[in-house]
Design a protein around this ligand. Sequence first.
Ligand SMILES: O=C(O)CCC(=O)C(=O)O
Ligand SMILES: [Fe+2]
Length: 310
Amino acid sequence: MHKLPTIDFTNKRNLNPGSTSWLTTSIEATRALEQYGCFIAEYDQVPLDLNNAVFQALQDLFDLPIETKVQNKSRKPLYGYVGQIPFIPLYESMGFDYSNTHDGVRSFTDVMWPHGNKAFRATLLAYNGLVAKLEEMVTRMVFESYGVEKHLDAHRNMVTYLCRCMKYRRPEKNETNMGFVAHTDKDFITILHQNQVDGLEVKARDGEWLTVNLLPTSYIVMSGDAAMAWSNERLYSPYHRVTMNGNASRYSIAQFSFLEGIIETPEEFVDEEHPLQFKPFDHLKYLDFYNKEENRKLECAIRTYCGVLE
Ligand SMILES: O=C(O)CCC(=O)C(=O)O
Ligand SMILES: [Fe+2]
């Protein structure tokens, strides 16, 4: 029987780089991403009232008329409004693109969202800034654990985020309870958060599906295909899906980190026992590749795209 590891990132740990708690947590987090490709982070930097405001804002957002929702468009794949997908009728989502500048100021860069939603944007931006801190911490821990921290600045300079907000309505009688199909994430690190309705399931390496039960302060940290390729397969990119069992609608927010540029496996990951598995690849072009209908069904899209043996 598996159980996803829970790792304490709360204030009381005093996670300062170099401290004993930092080093212990770095090892735990990296091991969890190797073994399961994810873990549950307990993280209390997002105040409960902001947390509640975010989910209230999401409810209001998805309650808007469809004519309004479809106005959230982007030239980038995966960023716009997605609703009414025939094979996943419970699911609806909307993406927001934003960057994270050096002085900590974060801004949406590509949102074509009608005026009147300033409050929504401010709430989401405040939330994203705090969640990005968790992503920054985990990424730094992983780089340090592998002794590749000299590449961290370059990595940070390339990071761009997609924040995808999701609504899963409860299934009607005789309707499928499939909320979202099994898939791996195409990004580097995902941070997932939900309202108090569970439904996420993660597949362990041996094929067992694990259900995930979360507290309001729980965040799922997951490594995606890009992290798997970058680390020469030390990190795992797990299949996961959403199944809707209860009576309530589920709202979740995923923060995906993508790199604008070429991802290359550092030489520290490569030796005789671990020959290079992936050629350097352009991360956003990988998204374009995956976005094509014929590539969506690939068992391991990243291997087909840039695997050394393909
Ligand atoms: O809603 C969730 O918890 C999962 C969403 C997800 O896996 C995704 O958007 O890639
Ligand atoms: Fe996902």
